[in-house]
Each structure stands twice: as structure tokens, then as C-alpha cells.
Design a binder for this molecule. Structure first.
Ligand SMILES: [Ca+2]
Length: 410
């Protein structure tokens, strides 16, 4: 570990004063790999035991901030909004214990968006750099949820890391299904009983001018298969080794019939025609399947295992989803990560996302439900985007909350 900063004046070039000052202001404070360090203008923390938060900015590994308790946080103010893509942290006693922590960002010190969660290696007292997709933010907060030995949060040094100097690409979207064409032409095909079942409407909308109104009546069976459905299909290239972020929003109107039967509103289907799809979002579960009727519960199911469930679903308001997924038939290669209504609800988790490595899954959006459901149901989808980055798939509200630059081009 080599510390720079104080005492490194000799490293400054001896040229014009203006140049010298500029270089001095960006001299790294601590040695860290894969991190262009940003220098905070202020730091505060949720408590301390006498080891103050300022100690994480003094270029010394023998001083630290410490506070007892899961959920202890330390918060760095960059003074102005900057593009941030990571945090580098030298953990106190980092070679003897692994810390469970999260990084969140905020434009205003009020609203925070989690951008990273994980564990330190537990093998070094040197700084470790943890990266995440670039966001523009003023504050960077590290929240420590205990370590492998106790509930102390103890950090010797830490810095936010700048995003690369390259500007972000104008758009990371690889495909949009946001209905802004005013029709269904963004999709590959549809499985529908007729034009009245899958309609592009101008109200309600979540994004832009148009959204999808999907209706299913009992008996709707356009492909002579199990269940009732009207769904749009997109062949989106979900093949072995590919990785995408999908963002979209769904609205269940206030009169939506909540029944304890499965109702799939978004799925990625395998090439075969039989069996449940490998990735699906489902509303509701029967007593036969879940032990008790769960009529208003959301399920995120991958490889036939529930990854996340949430209840109750609030009807009458838009709900925002962002799914980060790597497609693989290898359960240690494939992964999912999910945000719901702006919050990370499934941290990145390895799981099999393709049934076979030769499969290419395809996306289906609409409504597909147990044929036992009697009432006619109408729901709305909007803003579907498939992107290479989190920022590219974030809904406007989430993007604003995170302070990310709205670099998406229509
Ligand atoms: Ca739209």
C-alpha cells in the first residue's frame, strides 16, 4: 500500500503555476486499482464511536471511521454532480473479515438509489474497487450491514470513483417496445384474438404518447394452447452469453380482477412449446400451488424457482420494472438482478436462465392467464426497452432519482 497526497508535492510538475494547481487538485489520495478517484468536499456518517468519518479521507490506513450496528452509513459529498462509476474502499481489518455492504447515490442527500451491493473480499487491508454503471450524482453513500465477525462498520479510507473520460454513447438501447410508433410494429408478431385485445392507446400512458392496452376474456386461445392469452412477441436475441437490461412499466387498473390464479404479464419463453417458460413475471397464485390463495401477489420466477415475491400490488398506479439478465444454461454463469419501483429488490444472483445452451428465448408481453379465470381483465404496459446499460433501461422517474444523464435518443 502506497499512500500519496500529503507530502507528494515533489511529484507536481514545476511548470506554470496554473498547470501545477490543476494537477495538484486531481492528485490521487490513495492507491487503488481501477479507480479514477474523486475527492469529496465533505463527509458525514450515521454515528461514530469516536473514530470520525473524516478519518476516511486523511490518507492514513491507521485511522478509521467506525460505528456499531447494521445499516451504519458514511456519506460523501462531491460538492457538485459528477459522473461516478464505482467506489474504492480500504476496510479496517479488511484482511480478517468480509463486509456486507451497499453503495447508493443521491442528487440531493434525500433520495437515494442503490447502485451496488456485495461483500468485500476479506483478504486485504488495501483498497478494493467496486464498480457499477455510471451515474451522475452528487452524493455517494456506503451502507455497511455487518461483517463476517460482528456488526461493526469500520472503514480506513474510501473514495468515489469517476466514470471513464469517454462520454457515454448517445443511446444504449438495442430495441424499444414503447409503442411510440403508434402501432404494434416494434414487435415481431402477436398471439391475439383480434385487434381489440391488443390496442395502442393514448391514455393512460407511462412514457411518451402511447401505451399498450391488453385485454383477455375467458376462452381467448389464439394458439390452441393451455391458458387464455393475448400477447405480443419479440425475438430479442436472448441467447447463451448475451446480457441485457429490460425496463418497462405495467398498470393494473383499479377494477382489475384480482383472482388467486396465475396471470403472466411478462415472460421470456424457451423455443419449445411445452412447459413453463424459464423467466416469467406472474400475478397471483392458487391455493393448490402456493398452499393458500394469493390473489394480489407478484412473483418473479426463474428456472421454476421464485426469486422474489411482493404483496399487495397497488392497482391504479404504474409499476416500474428493470430486469438485468445474463442468458445462460449454466447456473453459475447466468444471472438476474431486478429493480421494482426504483428499488433494487433482487441483488445480482446466479441462476439458469436458458433451459439449453442452444436455446434462444423470446420475449412475450401482454396477459396470459389460467383459463379458469372468468372476469374479463384489462391491463396496460408501456416504455419497454432492451438496453446494454442500466441507465438505458431506467424509467424516467428512476433516472431522475439516480441523477443519471438522460442520454437516450429516441
Ligand atoms: Ca409509450
Amino acid at each position: 500500500m502506497v499512500l500519496g497526497g500529503a507530502g507528494c508535492g515533489a511529484e507536481r510538475p514545476s511548470g506554470a503555476e496554473g498547470v501545477s494547481e490543476t494537477v495538484a487538485s486531481v492528485t490521487p489520495d490513495l492507491t487503488a486499482q481501477n479507480c479514477v478517484q474523486l475527492t469529496p468536499t465533505a463527509v458525514l456518517a450515521k454515528g461514530n464511536d469516536g473514530n470520525k468519518p473524516e478519518n476516511t479521507l486523511d490518507d492514513r490506513l491507521d485511522t478509521r471511521w467506525s460505528n456499531l450496528g447494521q445499516g451504519s452509513w458514511i456519506d460523501y459529498d462531491l460538492g457538485t454532480s459528477k459522473a461516478v462509476a464505482g467506489a474504492t474502499i480500504a476496510w479496517h481489518e479488511g484482511n480478517t473479515r468480509s463486509n456486507n455492504f451497499a453503495v447508493s447515490v443521491s442528487p440531493d442527500g434525500v433520495t437515494y438509489t442503490q447502485v451496488y451491493s456485495g461483500r468485500s473480499s476479506g483478504t486485504t487491508t488495501a483498497a478494493e474497487t467496486y464498480t457499477f454503471p455510471a451515474v451522475t450524482t452528487r452524493r455517494v453513500r456506503i451502507t455497511v450491514n455487518g461483517n463476517s465477525l460482528n456488526d461493526w462498520a469500520s472503514i480506513a479510507e474510501a473514495r468515489p470513483c469517476a466514470a471513464g473520460t469517454q462520454p457515454p454513447p448517445p443511446s444504449t438501447a438495442v430495441w424499444r417496445g414503447d409503442f411510440e410508433t403508434g402501432d404494434l410494429s416494434q414487435f415481431s408478431t402477436k398471439e391475439s384474438m383480434g385487434a381489440d385485445r391488443l390496442q395502442v392507446v393514448q391514455s393512460p400512458v407511462r412514457q411518451g404518447r402511447y401505451a399498450l392496452r391488453a385485454e383477455v376474456r375467458q376462452g381467448d386461445d389464439p394458439i390452441n394452447a393451455s391458458g387464455n392469452r393475448n400477447e405480443l412477441v419479440k425475438y430479442d436475441g436472448s441467447s447463451e452469453g448475451t446480457e441485457f437490461y429490460y425496463g418497462w412499466s405495467t398498470l393494473w387498473p383499479s377494477d382489475y380482477p384480482m383472482t388467486p390464479n396465475w396471470q403472466v404479464f411478462m415472460q421470456w419463453h424457451h423455443p419449445g412449446s411445452s412447459g413453463a417458460p424459464p423467466v416469467r413475471f406472474v400475478l397471483g397464485c392458487s391455493a393448490a400451488d402456493c398452499g393458500q390463495p394469493l390473489p394480489d401477489t407478484l412473483f418473479f420466477i426463474v428456472d421454476n424457482k421464485t426469486q422474489w415475491m411482493m404483496a399487495p400490488v397497488t392497482r391504479g398506479v404504474w409499476h416500474d420494472f428493470v430486469l438485468h439478465i445474463k442468458w445462460s444454461a449454466n447456473s453459475s454463469v447466468g444471472f438476474v438482478e431486478l429493480w421494482y419501483d426504483g428499488k433494487l429488490v433482487v441483488p445480482k444472483r446466479n441462476v439458469r436462465t436458458l433451459f439449453n445452451s442452444s436455446d434462444t428465448n423470446y420475449l412475450k408481453m401482454g396477459l396470459y392467464r389460467d383459463e379458469a379465470v372468468r372476469p374479463t381483465a384489462v391491463l396496460f404496459h408501456d416504455g419497454l426497452v432492451q438496453a446494454k446499460t442500466l441507465e438505458g433501461a431506467m424509467q424516467p422517474a428512476l433516472r431522475a432519482a439516480s441523477g443519471a444523464v438522460a442520454a437516450e435518443a429516441q
